[in-house]
Ligand binder design. Structure first.
Ligand code: ZN
Length: 247
């Protein structure tokens, strides 16, 4: 019976634990980096330290580290390329973006489907951001908002799309929902595509740009005030407008 073991005399010899096998080290490294990605500490596109720094931090040999990184790269977690260093991949890219990009290319009418998904995700992101954003998130959202504001006043034209997207991504990151962040990045190219179409249709009408910026400001203020109800309302107005000028 298993109880009897509890009362076994303390003198009973302790079965030796198997020593750590050096071959397991890459597994442990992989596990640790994956934990960082799962916790959201490392987000899509984030840069890891250099191999040398990482090896020193983890106190492992470059050989073990390289094996771990190589495995993570082949599994699609990391991207390693020359001057760009080691970066975290967007983990939903192959699951979300590629097949949809194929659909979009095959049938441009599907653009509205993608836009609807983007709009749904953004509403959820905005509400959660209003509830969960930390002061650091607020600072990041403010930076993105200020940059978008400047880009709008300078009438940067097509460049505006990138500032707009960065603003919405800063909001997405403030949700602290790792799945949502990765899916939103996974749809990055699709979103960009739909936004470019949006802006093409808008023809960079100054009036529309001002209206959009007005809506972004409402989103920004609602999130900073931690008001999810106002955030949802502002998001609905913004997205309905985006949908209208897109269609
Ligand atoms: Zn926007």
């Amino acid at each position: 019976m298993s109880f009897t073991r509890l009362s076994a005399p303390a003198t009973q010899p302790f079965a030796p634990l198997p020593p750590f096998s050096p071959q397991r080290l890459p597994d442990l490294i992989v596990q640790r980096i994956k934990q960082r990605i799962a916790s959201g500490e490392l987000g899509p596109g984030d840069k890891l330290p250099t191999e040398r720094t990482l090896a020193a931090q983890l106190q492992v040999s470059r050989t073990s580290l390289r094996e771990a990184l190589g495995r993570m790269a082949s599994e699609g977690y990391l991207r390693m390329g020359g001057r760009d260093g080691i970066r975290v991949c967007d983990l939903s890219a192959s699951a979300v973006a590629s097949p949809l990009a194929g659909l979009l290319a095959a049938d441009p009418d599907r653009g509205m489907d993608i836009l609807e998904v983007r709009l749904a995700l953004e509403t959820v992101a905005t509400v959660y951001a209003a509830e969960r954003a930390t002061p650091a998130d607020h600072a990041r959202i403010r930076l993105a908002f200020d940059a978008l504001q400047r880009a709008t006043t300078q009438s940067l034209g097509p460049e505006l799309v990138h500032f707009d997207l960065d603003f919405h991504f800063a909001i997405a990151e403030a949700t602290h929902n790792v799945a949502l962040i990765h899916v939103m990045h996974g749809m990055h190219n699709l979103i960009l595509e739909s936004m470019q179409i949006t802006h093409r249709n808008m023809n960079y009408d100054t009036e529309a740009e001002r209206e959009l910026q007005h809506q972004h400001e409402a989103l920004f203020v609602a999130i900073l005030r931690r008001d999810p109800t106002a955030a949802r309302a502002a998001s609905d107005v913004h997205l309905a407008y985006v949908k209208k000028i897109y269609g």
